[in-house]
Design a protein around this ligand. Structure first.
Ligand SMILES: Cc1ncc(COP(=O)(O)O)c(C=O)c1O
Length: 354
């Protein structure tokens, strides 16, 4: 049973594939707390699965459940070349018997990006280039139609897994955190810090906490451009997810306004844009590592840097950080990984490709 189905029995018929070692651990970040004098906590979403953890696994529990119910055999998704979402879908989707096809858009090459790309190939994902992320929705529809003509049954997962079905993963996590607070495993935080990509993590968490009556505000630290994640888009995600929940279970509370109003988008760490290194990231990476938390340059070095700032400025007394990057060791995959195609590593050949 998952917390959503436990609290709202009408939702127990929603298809679900268990992937997460739940509940994920909560503990104090002892080094950062000692350094700043502020009691900083973490929820270890990074350990959601030993195969590959992080925030995307929670969304895949519901997305893969829906795909199975619809008798799909190929998951079609998208992301930048180093996308953690694409890698999570490849690892868990292929293990569950789906084919995984991903349409990838360019991003600045870093070691993390290259490793994710090679791990995608090592598990057997089919990768295809697109010129820009804005083309992804159309390109996915086109690719799915081609697969259908060949006799496959594709299931399309949007950028970041943030459809209303995927967002249920973080409604569930919000309810899980509320239960941990109720059991006294973590003090009620006075702010939650999370990286903002497609927005599903912040939106779902806000819905889950609002449904459980926990008033904590959420500061979502921008890692993607404003056209991708903004208050209007978050509002739509929340509205559509709450509608899905209430259509299935009328006892689920109408929390659309309460959920949206608790999210603040923090833009000050976006810097030069998606995937670019931020000047505060190097220090954040070291401080996170001292507390045993791994970060990536695109998302979590930014969100951890913001946590450090909040603690140093003493703006909150009990911040809680959501560690959303998988900490699973990919060494075994990378040792056997083929080299990425030239279109992926060389921007010039990428542009020539289509
Ligand atoms: C490590 C990490 N943290 C946070 C996020 C943001 O999550 P969301 O897309 O749900 O906003 C992502 C998105 O790809 C991610 O890879």
């Amino acid at each position: 049973m998952n917390p959503l189905a436990e609290r709202f029995p009408g939702l127990s018929t929603l298809p679900f594939v268990p992937l997460v070692d739940a509940p994920t651990e909560v503990h104090e970040l002892s080094r950062l707390s000692a350094m700043t004098g502020v009691s900083c906590w973490v929820k270890r979403e990074d350990k959601a699965s030993p195969r590959y953890g992080g925030n995307k696994v929670r969304k895949l529990e519901w997305l893969m459940g829906d795909a199975r119910e619809k008798h799909a055999d190929v998951l079609v998704t998208t992301g930048a070349i180093g996308s953690n979402h694409v890698l999570a879908t490849a690892i868990h989707g292929i293990k569950a018997g789906f084919g995984v096809h991903a349409l990838l858009s360019p991003q600045p090459m870093t070691r993390h990006v290259e490793e994710n790309l090679r791990a995608d190939l090592a598990v057997g994902a089919t990768l295809m280039p697109i010129r820009a992320s804005v083309l992804a929705p159309l390109a996915m529809r086109h690719h799915a139609a081609t697969l259908e003509r060949k006799g496959f049954r594709p299931y399309v997962i949007p950028h970041g897994g943030s459809s209303p079905i995927g967002i249920l993963g973080y409604v569930n996590a919000g309810l899980e955190l509320a239960a941990q607070i109720e059991r006294g495993e973590v003090p009620e935080p006075d702010v939650i810090v999370v990286a903002l990509g497609s927005g599903g993590t912040a939106s779902g968490l806000a819905i889950g906490l609002a449904a459980a009556g926990i008033p904590t505000p959420i500061h979502a630290v921008r890692a993607t451009p404003a056209v991708v994640a903004n208050k209007i888009a978050l509002g739509q995600e929340i509205r559509r997810t709450v509608r899905l929940l209430r259509d299935r279970e009328p006892a689920f509370p109408e929390v659309t306004t309460a959920a949206l109003s608790r999210i603040t988008i923090e833009t000050s760490l976006y810097g030069d844009g998606y995937g670019t290194p931020h000047p505060e990231a190097a220090r954040a990476k070291e401080l996170a590592a001292a507390d045993g938390i791994q970060t990536d340059p695109t998302y979590t070095a930014r969100s951890f840097a913001y946590l450090v700032r909040l603690a140093e400025e003493r703006r909150f007394r009990r911040p809680l950080y959501l560690a959303t990057l998988s900490s699973a060791d990919l060494g075994h995959l990378l040792r056997a990984a083929p080299m990425p195609a030239r279109w992926a590593t060389s921007p010039r050949s990428w542009l020539r490709r289509r």
